[in-house]
Design a binder for this molecule. Sequence first.
Ligand SMILES: [Ca+2]
Ligand SMILES: [Ca+2]
Length: 324
Amino acid sequence: MSARHLALLLSVAVAATLACSKTQDTAPERRIFGEPPVIQSVNTNFAVQDARAECDFTAVAYGLFCGLGGFSDVELQAGTGWTLVEDPVDHKPVVVHSDTPTSTPGVFINGDYTKFTFEVQAMDPNSTTGNNNILLVSSSFIAPESKIESSLVLFDDGSENQFPITQSSIIFEDCAADPCVCAQARYNITSGDEDKDNSLYTREFIVLNRTAPPFLTDCIMRELNVVGTTAKPHSRYEFKIEAVDRQGNLAVWPNNLVAETGDGRFACDGDSCACCMMHYQSQLTDLCSCLDEPGVLIPSQFPNGFCIDYLSVPSDQGGPGCTH
Ligand SMILES: [Ca+2]
Ligand SMILES: [Ca+2]
């Protein structure tokens, strides 16, 4: 068995990451025993550049502030949010508030991302009832600005397999057991395959704008059960579709799939102080950039709001001493 096939087999073992990296090599197609798989069709309409995700992160933000100081009277507000975006001209970070306040108090994150859905119809002449000779179907790509090839495994499992992936953000997101002390969340990732054992192998994969915060990644994992990667907007991706049988026979689809990623917009809407502090806690901005952002009322301690009353407390009084 060639090193390349071994790498593909190993990718099954490490399927928890749902993508493995391997160095490029050039193993030829060959037949060791039996016939190779037959790739019958590949869906070429596989890319959506402006898929949308929306998540209510109010519980996460509540847990963040409640956990910070044991504040039991945190009141998140409606508002115009706080989002850090990259200026398209000079690529410097810019703070953006939405034009209209949310109608509901809380923190709501949303964003656009590029979604690839690989759908490959494949069979093997050596398959018998109850004994599929196909070992795996994969989509391989070299990430932009990288020389490492990754292989995504496609499944014909009806999305039955669940791969738990730990959240990306350092702000804990599992607030089910104790709203004030959230725990690290794990999200169950699935292939996105609709029907099990119909010889249509499926895999969903997403690409986010590289400036997207980790909580958008988590939002998509939580709501849509899919993982992915980040890249510059309008990055070009090329995917090679292959199938391997249990004897190591390889079939390669003659045409690679090519697509460009979209803009990958992101916004944190609602309570502005909470949105800003989530960026700060994710090491995406400094603490004092949140000074005087409205929201996060804590009547017992900071009745005008955490970002107004606390961030301005001078350092000689034990506060952060932020000034404009
Ligand atoms: Ca075969
Ligand atoms: Ca299927």
